[in-house]
Design a protein around this ligand. Structure first.
Ligand SMILES: [Zn+2]
Length: 62
């Protein structure tokens, strides 16, 4: 059974906007503010994730 995850499930409560973003967007949005603490929505609660971790899990044509 495949679990469907929403695209926008990352949030930063230190940004002035708390809009949920996808992992790629929130990673790019924090290239200049890497000290922010990113939270990932698991479906039930937020859990802390590191930008470093995001940068190494985001697939992309960079
Ligand atoms: Zn932020």
């Amino acid at each position: 059974m495949t679990e469907e995850l929403p695209i926008a499930l990352f949030c930063c409560f230190e940004c002035f906007s708390h809009t949920p973003l996808c992992s790629q967007c929130i990673f790019q949005a924090h290239q200049e503010v890497p000290f922010h603490h990113i939270q990932k929505w698991t479906g039930n609660f937020f859990t802390k994730v590191s930008l470093y971790h995001l940068g190494h899990t985001v697939p992309g044509p960079y």
